[in-house]
Design a protein around this ligand. Structure first.
Ligand code: CAA
Length: 256
């Protein structure tokens, strides 16, 4: 049985589901390889406009597989294994929504932090408990955390490894929305469908400007934003979007 599945519940929306219930969806190397393969495939697939990444209704992912970590050596980490899945998520041009129920801890939360929008349930706990295992976050957990919340919240949570209730995570800017636990999946899907109806090149451009621009100085980031903005004037979807508005009809976007 595959531990990671792909479904296409509606037009232009793909759902990647991690399904390893016996280990609370722990991200073994095999799970990360399967996620990477599917993300790479969807990134190249013109039909896919939005990706939802989930672990289903019980648990998003309880972290890296601790049994594997226990056996892993410096060399295997360093040279072969540590970037599997993360590079694929980092280089995905399309919006990715994390639909998070239950727990997203350690590498599981780092996986959610690689996504563009995080929807969590009101009973969900997130966080980076790695220090309790004698290690620390190694897939962007310290850096994405501090960039989202600032130093004092990052230190508070990273130095204790405490689980963070979803509502607190929302209040400190670490996740996008909190909804009732039973509505996480449907809410994420509706959001994905809404984004999938919008012009894909404009969505892709916005993602690029936010992510790349956040790492540059403001003048450089503004210049970068302006270039992407100008490029969109070459798209058929810009002509369609503006004409449809003026003609008072619904636009039909093609991603061209
Ligand atoms: N790796 C491997 N197995 C895991 C796991 C993990 N990260 N998390 C849970 N499991 C397994 C448990 O061993 C247990 O298996 P058995 O039934 O065979 O004993 C099963 O899943 C159920 O887990 P619990 O009995 O612990 O369930 P619970 O409801 O009491 O607690 C939990 C849930 C709070 C998530 C708890 O399982 C937990 O704390 N898990 C570990 C969280 C963690 O430390 N994550 C960070 C890992 S390190 C990391 O992620 C580093 C990195 O990427 C760089």
């Amino acid at each position: 049985m595959p531990e990671v599945t792909l479904s296409r519940p509606s037009d232009h929306v793909a759902v990647i589901r991690i399904d390893r219930p016996e280990a609370m969806n722990a991200l073994s190397l095999s799970v990360r390889q399967q996620v990477a393969a599917i993300v790479n495939e969807l990134n190249d697939d013109d039909e896919t406009r939005v990706i939802v990444l989930t672990g289903g209704e019980k648990v998003f992912a309880a972290g890296a597989d601790v049994a594997e970590l226990n056996k892993r050596t410096v060399l295997s980490n360093q040279f072969r294994l540590s970037r599997v899945a993360w590079d694929a998520l980092d280089s995905c041009r399309k919006p990715i929504i994390a639909a998070v129920n239950g727990y997203a801890l350690g590498g599981g939360f780092e996986m959610a932090l690689h996504c563009d929008i995080i929807i969590a349930g009101d009973e969900t706990k997130v966080g980076q408990p790695e220090v309790r295992l004698g290690i620390m976050p190694g897939a962007g957990g310290t850096q994405r955390f501090v960039r989202a919340t600032g130093k004092y919240q990052a230190m508070r949570w990273l130095m204790t490894g405490d689980q963070i209730p979803a509502q607190t995570a929302y209040e400190i800017g670490l996740i996008s929305e909190v909804v009732p636990e039973a509505e996480v999946q449907s809410h994420a899907l509706k959001l994905a469908e809404k984004i999938a109806r919008l012009p894909p090149l404009a969505i892709e451009g916005s993602k690029q400007a936010v992510i790349m621009g956040a790492e540059a100085s403001l003048p450089t980031a503004l210049a970068f934003e302006n270039k992407i903005f100008q490029l969109l004037f070459a798209s058929e979807d810009k002509a369609e979007g503006t004409s449809a508005f003026l003609e008072k009809r619904k636009p039909e976007f093609k991603g061209k």
